[in-house]
Design a protein around this ligand. Structure first.
Ligand code: ADP
Ligand code: MG
Length: 596
């Protein structure tokens, strides 16, 4: 219950719609409840006719017209309520989705290290569906139900308190039996949700990486895993549903018994002429009308349980604090010159006793190019992540232009850093949109200039639709070299003073390679650049090299200085001279490509 209120706090402006739905539902109840009275009146009239009294036909027709009027009003109001219900569901979907998305966009990278894309999406859909169902159900039936019950019981009370007592007992008994099923039902539902989350998570991954699946011929295995998850949900449903329905049979039986008592009582009273025929008809219609609210009550409990179970995971995600938040009084980094300094920085992803990097200090002067060299897994990517503040150092400080980056607005920090990653990671959309991703308001001339500088203009202009060519999800329709050049154009257009470069590990054909290299050289010119290099030629061309060993800095110096020290770089240089397979392996251990 608390969790439901908590999640509804994320929505707003629903109250009016909700009130409207409640009001219409009450009017529907009132027009509905009026009908048995008209019928009772008609019955009594007919009984009198049978008794020999003559009446005017107008009187009967008036009653029929009343029935028509109530019916029509009922239809009109019900449909207006339905319209409000649709609007409420749509608003709920809109608000919950945007709140969730907004929150997800603020969560740190570490959250995404643990969660699968498909799972994140599946949770949202479930929460929206179940919450929407519940709210609609509740608004449409709850007050209507309460009102119907109160009025009906009051009327019955004027005939017989015994009858009213029977009716009043029926509700709590039914509620009690319904909630009895609740705990077990919810537990099974959570299990089912988990299964579909896992399956959807995998589903999204497989769709995104279909190539890998196909090349390893794992379609069948993936299919079986998926199928198994869903088969388990069927198994759970079997348990869950049979349990629920067994309980429902019990509830139904109890109910039938009470109805039996009620009807027996009414019949006996009428037979003994304590009730008129019209009264009997009225009582039977009223009491029959109470069946619906009773079932509605169990539907409400049911959808309430589903709403709680369904929104639990979204709520959990919404409760995750964006641990890397802007510090109070954080300032914007405007037009940085691009000096970077790491001061005694340590960091671990989880286990504090095993730091990935340990007390690292080095700096980059404005416009300086520095290459990071370490064994694979030595912490190069981690260092660049820390610079972008995707993660927070466990100790030590990183400065840009002498300012501690943890006191900067994150958006402004990242606006000053352009990146080119190994995997160019383009979005679906046009080439133009992709290049302008960091500067959506760029003019077409600027986009073309960036494409020219990145050696991409030529191939783009040869495409039928040029810059308006759509590229598939992740740019599937482009070659590796083309994607890289678009990614470089994107970074050039961003025009940030600091550049983080994770060179592509896979070799391109030599012409592509030259084009990409030239594009990178243009991009790096005049920018402070931190490079994770995968070619010795790149490393040899930088201003300084930082080598890492065991999470600490081993050496810092210019390529010339480090070439003779016997350290990592000089070893790599000597390995490169040799052509032996073992040496190539050793190079690969340092993420260095041996083919040159
Ligand atoms: P490099 O880029 O030099 O190959 P990384 O910085 O990627 O090295 O990784 C350094 C270490 O941190 C590795 O042992 C890696 O397994 C670990 N690591 C990297 N990313 C994560 C992460 N998101 N969560 C936990 N451990 C990670
Ligand atoms: Mg790396």
């Amino acid at each position: 219950m608390k969790s439901l209120i908590e999640i509804l706090r994320y929505t707003h402006g629903l109250a009016k719609l909700y009130g409207g739905i409640t009001l219409t539902s009450i009017l529907v109840a009132l027009t509905g409840i009026a009908i048995p009275f008209v019928i009772a009146e008609a019955t009594n009239l007919m009984v009198e006719v049978v008794g020999g009294r003559s009446i005017s036909l107008n009187q009967v027709l008036l009653l029929a017209a009343l029935l028509f009027g109530f019916d029509l009003a009922n239809t009109l109001i019900r449909n207006f309520g339905g319209y409000l219900g649709d609007m409420m569901a749509a608003r709920l979907r809109e608000q919950l989705s945007t709140v969730y998305y907004d929150h997800l966009l603020k969560l740190p990278q570490s959250y995404y290290d643990q969660e699968l894309t498909g799972t994140i999406i599946n949770r949202l859909n479930r929460a929206i569906t179940e919450l929407g169902n519940f709210l609609n159900m509740f608004a449409n039936t709850f007050f209507q139900m309460i009102l119907t019950i109160i009025i009906t019981v009051a009327i019955i009370l004027t005939y017989s308190w015994q009858l009213a007592a029977l009716v009043v007992v029926m509700y709590p008994l039914f509620m009690w039996l319904t909630t009895l099923t609740s705990k077990k039902w919810q537990r099974l539902q959570a299990k089912k949700n988990h299964e579909t989350d896992v399956a959807s998570g995998r589903f999204a991954e497989v769709v995104a990486q279909m190539k890998v699946v196909k090349s390893y011929v794992q379609e069948k295995l993936e299919y079986r895993k998926f199928e198994k998850s869903y088969r388990r949900t069927v198994d759970i449903t079997k348990k869950q549903s049979s349990y629920w329905h067994r309980m429902d049979v019990l509830r139904g039986a109890v109910l039938s018994l009470i109805f039996f008592a009620i009807f027996a009582y009414i019949f006996v009273q009428t037979a003994e002429q304590n009730f008129a025929i019209g009264d009997m008809v009225l009582l039977i219609t009223l009491i029959n009308g109470l069946r619906m609210p009773l079932f509605n009550m169990s539907f409400i409990v049911d959808s309430f349980q589903k709403a709680i179970a369904g929104s639990r995971d979204v709520l959990e995600a919404l409760r995750v604090e964006p641990v890397i938040a802007d510090a109070p009084g954080a300032v914007s980094l405007m037009g940085a010159s691009g000096e970077v300094k790491f001061e005694d920085v340590s960091f671990s992803y989880g286990d504090k006793s095993k730091p990935v990097i340990n007390g690292i200090s080095f700096d980059l002067a404005k416009g300086e190019h520095v290459a990071l060299v370490s064994e694979s897994g030595g912490g190069k990517t981690t260092i660049t992540n820390l610079l972008m503040r995707l993660y927070e150092p466990s100790s030590g400080v990183i400065y840009i232009d002498g300012k501690d980056i943890s006191n900067l607005k994150q958006g402004s920090l990242r606006a000053n850093i352009a990146t080119v990653f190994q995997d160019p990671a383009l979005f679906s959309g046009t080439i133009k949109e992709n290049i302008a991703y960091g500067k959506p308001r760029a003019t077409f001339e600027e986009i073309v200039a960036a494409a020219k500088a990145s050696n991409a203009a030529e191939f783009i202009e040869n495409l039928e639709k040029g810059y308006d060519t759509e590229i598939g999800e992740r740019g599937l329709k482009l070659s590796g070299g083309q994607k890289q050049r678009i990614a470089i154009a994107r970074a050039i257009l961003k025009d940030a003073p600091i550049l983080v470069l994770d060179e592509a590990t896979s070799a391109l054909d030599s012409r592509s390679e030259r084009l990409v290299q030239q594009a990178l050289d243009r991009l790096m010119k005049g920018r402070t650049t931190l490079i994770i290099a995968h070619r010795l030629s790149t490393i040899a061309s930088v201003d300084r090299i930082v080598t890492l060993k065991g999470g600490r800095i081993d050496e810092i110096g210019s390529p010339a200085e480090l070439s003779e020290t016997g350290g990592i770089y000089s070893k790599l240089l000597s390995l490169q001279q040799s052509t032996g397979g073992v040496d190539k392996e050793k190079l690969a251990k340092y993420d260095i490509r041996s083919s040159l």
